[in-house]
Design a protein around this ligand. Structure first.
Ligand code: ARG
Length: 594
């Protein structure tokens, strides 16, 4: 199904060609002066140069050609040479009707049979989650859903940080606390205990403690480094501890991601790169890509065209330890083998940009990833507290997801209780769904690259550009539909059936709603192309506002003319479906009531 803007451009193209002008000047855009017209074409200005005529003359000729078109209720040439257009109600109605019957509301529904590899989440095992991980999960989940909606196959991998220095730190701290454990006895050859030597809460205490110690105590730091290398080289006891850490942490992480309604197709981590590392490094060396520099192995990645310095990428440290770049590159080898993606999208804090620039270049240079594979890095800004510093919870702790979610849930709960007469249990249930929407919408409605302030009061408000406001609008439509069915008989119909009843829009707000809904496919495609969920947020906020304007202006249920009433119901059903599709792309759900 064509986009509305392309249909209009087609009309203009024929008119331009019939008048003897190149169709390249016929581009139609949404009006930036909605008070004057809905769409406009500014191509006559450029055409004037080529054809050495006044722009107004060209515009006049084109407009005269368009006079007979049924697409427009108004086409006019205005000085110095713009073409302003309003669409006819009939044209709008036909488009909206078709859109409502289309499986994806006008978006290209074809299956692309191409895979996109998405790397998001990125939690570090046994280390506390930080706000960057929350953002990565929320943004990644949304981007994955958008890619899928656009017809791509997707593989979402959490890519856990499970192979780095934190493991050596934990092992050494554990050794200090419980030296008698068999893992530390090199002469021990028996089976290691199946029971882990710590609980989750002990583990949560061990890491921060070890991390602090390593900053103060050089000996300890050195030992932790060594333990990391030994772990990576297969030390039996350390690997057994590592498995315990993984088991305990993973269960906890899965629970956290579940609570966020964020899911992964693949639960791999840095450690899964292990089987590929040695061959990869040998290959880099033998083909002359990697060379030694101050004991480390590096690959040059600078280009003449660089505006800032891109230092060589360290692919192995002097102590032989695999580092972030090593595991990321080796992971690509596996991803190429298993999924052969045409595009990679990595989502982390934007402070990691240099790392990704470097590894993308190494990957292309060494041929791990084919030259024509797209490699995107979506770096996002920081979620700050009201003090402008990275967000901490009320008690000043690092982010504990549970607490953060709970705080927002409580805020929503009190709002519901203030405004509604509702049982506690139901209010709690609803606050859960709406609270999560408040967090996600609060995050996704900002352009990802920007920092934003996490403001519970604002995010949980039922008014303004917030998740709860959008959900409230959906719930309002659901309740109108329910009343409609109760009053006029339970005529359960599909959206497509309802759309058959849609008549041409009459009032201004009805027309506005139609025109806005008709932009759905453009919005989704640009959200995909620019990896920009905030464009979907902007769209649904606009739709919610325009819908609420229409609702305010129109007696829907009490409209006496049956045909009109049915037409209204068709339009609001479409509005509901479009909004529901959009929030689903953001990873948000709507409750039945609120
Ligand atoms: N674990 C990393 C961190 O906490 C994020 C991982 C991102 N993904 C990747 N392939 N490097 O910073």
């Amino acid at each position: 199904m064509k986009k509305i803007i392309d249909l209009l451009s087609d009309e203009l193209k024929s008119a331009f060609t019939e008048c003897g002008y190149d169709e390249k000047y016929a581009k139609v855009v949404v009006s930036n002066r909605p008070d004057l017209c809905q769409y406009q074409c500014n191509g006559c200005m450029a055409a004037a140069k080529e054809y050495k005529k006044a722009p107004a003359v060209i515009a006049g000729e084109v407009v005269a050609k368009l006079a007979g078109s049924t697409a427009f209720s108004k086409v006019e040439a205005v000085n110095p040479g713009f073409i302003n257009m309003n669409l006819s109600a009939k044209f709008i109605a036909a488009y909206v009707k078709e859109m409502g019957k289309h499986e994806k509301f006008g978006c290209d529904e074809s299956r692309k049979n191409k895979t996109i590899m998405l790397d998001y989440g990125g939690a570090n095992v046994a280390k506390p989650l930080h706000v960057g991980h929350l953002r990565s999960a929320i943004i990644g989940e949304s981007i994955k859903r958008i890619c899928r909606y656009c017809g791509y196959d997707t593989v979402g991998d959490v890519h856990l940080g499970d192979w780095g220095l934190q493991m050596g730190l934990i092992i050494m701290e554990l050794k200090n606390r419980k030296p008698e454990l068999p893992y530390f006895d090199d002469s021990y050859t028996g089976e290691y205990p199946a029971e882990p030597p710590f609980t989750l809460s002990e583990l949560e205490d061990i890491y921060p403690c070890a991390s602090k110690k390593s900053k103060e105590d050089e000996e300890f730091a050195k030992a932790a480094h060594e333990a990391t290398v030994m772990l990576q080289n297969g030390h039996r006891g350390y690997n057994a501890i590592w498995k315990h850490i993984m088991n305990i942490s993973l269960a906890d992480l899965k629970r956290n991601y579940d609570n966020l309604n964020v899911s992964f197709d693949v639960w791999k981590g840095e450690s899964d790169a292990k089987p590929y590392i040695e061959d990869m490094i040998n290959d880099f060396v033998s083909r002359g890509y990697a060379y030694e520099s101050q004991g480390a192995l590096v690959v040059d990645v600078a280009l003449d065209s660089d505006k800032k310095e891109i230092p060589p990428c360290i692919v192995r440290k002097s102590d032989g330890a695999a580092i972030y770049a090593t595991t990321d590159l080796a992971t690509m080898i596996e991803r190429q083998k298993l999924y052969h993606p045409f595009k990679y999208i990595y989502m982390t804090d934007k402070r990691q940009e240099m790392h990704f620039t470097q590894i993308f270049r190494v990957a292309k240079k060494t041929g791990i990833v084919p030259e024509d594979t797209e490699m995107d890095f979506l770096g996002f800004g920081t979620m700050n507290g009201k003090d402008g510093k990275p967000f901490k919870t009320r008690n000043g702790d690092m982010l504990r997801l549970e607490y953060l979610i709970k705080d927002v849930e409580d805020a929503v709960y009190s709002k519901i209780k203030e405004n509604r007469d509702m049982e506690d249990a139901e209010a709690r249930e609803i606050a859960k769904v709406v609270g999560l929407a408040a967090i996600k919408y609060g995050d996704l409605s900002n352009q990802a690259v920007k920092d934003y302030i996490f403001d519970i009061d604002r995010f949980s408000s039922f008014e303004g550009d917030t998740g709860p406001y959008v959900l409230y609008t959906i719930v309002r439509i659901k309740s109108i539909m329910k009343k409609y069915e109760q009053t006029y008989g339970n005529d359960v119909k599909t959206l497509s059936d309802r759309m058959a009843d849609f008549l041409a829009p009459e009032g201004a707000s009805e027309t506005d709603l139609c025109l806005l809904l008709a932009k759905f496919s453009e919005v989704i495609e640009s959200a995909y192309a620019e990896l920009a969920p905030h464009k979907i947020c902007k769209f649904i906020y606009d739709v919610a506002n325009v819908f609420n304007g229409f609702y305010h202006d129109t007696k829907i249920l009490t409209e006496e003319n049956e045909a009109k009433r049915r037409s209204y119901i068709a339009l609001i059903s479409l509005t509901k479906s479009v909004l529901e599709t959009c929030i689903d792309l953001l990873g948000i759900k709507a409750p039945e009531r609120m």
